[in-house]
Design a protein around this ligand. Structure first.
Ligand code: 13P
Ligand code: SF4
Length: 303
């Protein structure tokens, strides 16, 4: 079967089975092409909440599928490849957060959406990379414990200087790989190109960037900008997607190491198999669903 034939079959099966396919922007092009919705974590969570279909198929990593389940508990939610996890989401467990909360009892716990459903049950509000600054500003609370990404947390803290932030040592091992020397080297290799980076990168990288934003903010900025060449400081798939979307512009990866192996696990055959009894169904108990939902609802209310 060719890729095109498999895509046609997937489109037919998803229609027949009333399935909504959600794909994160770091997925491969052939998957984005058959998805009902594509986007960053925030956009996918909004679409998941309003999609009318009775079954949801998530192409991305586990915490994203859990978020879909939390928002649509009555629907069947499948993760196309059950092995796809996010090392950042799994970095901190409930015991650690309980301890930290005891130490800082008057801090509001703000959780990046890249956390497990279990961890969300201990948090007050969720944020995504595109909503974090806005939500932390809007929160009435002055003291914020931001978990798990200290790079995103540091970026937010700098944008919201009137609040007091506590950060823990955690983050995305992929985005944290790039350093200031990578930015200097990329600028030397591509003179004049604008540097667009994700706030999961370390502060030394953000300081040298021309633009900082979530995956979709980077994509939007590159598409709308009058500039013609860009160095992309997020997962390399975005370089490929932007090159396809904006054929008149030039895109270069900030580093060839910006590859998330977990995001690469899902293949088109996985999606095809998920529609034929494969994939992994997400199950969350009632208490987890209810408590994790409260902190996502708070994000949606404030966002
Ligand atoms: P966004 O899609 O929210 O920019 O997050 C990036 C990411 O690392 C997702 O896993
Ligand atoms: Fe997790 Fe980083 Fe991969 Fe996103 S890019 S899924 S945050 S490891």
């Amino acid at each position: 079967m060719t890729i095109h034939q498999m895509q046609e079959e997937i489109l037919r099966l998803k229609q027949e089975q009333d399935v909504c396919i959600l794909a994160h922007s770091y997925q491969a092009r052939e998957i984005l092409e058959i998805a009902d919705f594509t986007g960053d974590s925030f956009q996918l969570s909004l679409k998941a909440a309003s999609a009318p279909q009775s079954r949801m198929l998530l192409c991305g990593v586990r915490f994203m599928a859990e978020t879909v389940k939390i928002l649509s508990p009555k629907k069947q939610v499948l993760l196309a490849n059950g092995a796809a996890g996010c090392p950042m989401a799994e970095q901190m467990d409930k015991a650690l957060i309980r301890q930290v909360k005891e130490r800082y009892p008057d801090y509001t716990v703000v959780a990046y959406i890249n956390t497990t459903a279990e961890l969300k049950t201990l948090c007050d509000v969720c944020v995504t990379s595109s909503s974090a600054v806005d939500i932390c500003r809007k929160l009435p609370d002055k003291r914020i414990l931001f978990i798990p990404d200290c790079n995103l947390g540091d970026y937010v803290a700098k944008q919201v200087p009137d609040k007091e932030f506590k950060l823990l040592s955690g983050g995305c091992p992929i985005h944290a790989r790039v350093n200031a020397a990578d930015v200097q080297r990329a600028r030397r290799e591509h003179p004049g190109a604008a540097v667009l980076v994700h706030p999961e990168c370390i502060p030394e990288v953000l300081e040298q960037a021309d633009f900082i934003g979530s995956t979709s903010a980077i994509m939007q900025h590159a598409a709308q900008s009058a500039e013609s060449s860009f160095i992309i400081g997020t997962e390399v798939s975005i370089v490929e997607h932007l090159s396809y979307q904006c054929p008149d512009k030039r895109f270069y990866p900030l580093s060839k190491n910006l590859i998330c192996p977990n995001m690469k696990l899902t293949s088109l055959p996985d999606v095809y198999q998920a529609l034929q009894g494969g994939g992994e169904e997400i199950h969350l108990d009632k208490e987890t669903l209810c408590k994790a939902r409260a902190c996502i609802d708070r994000m949606l209310e404030l966002g």
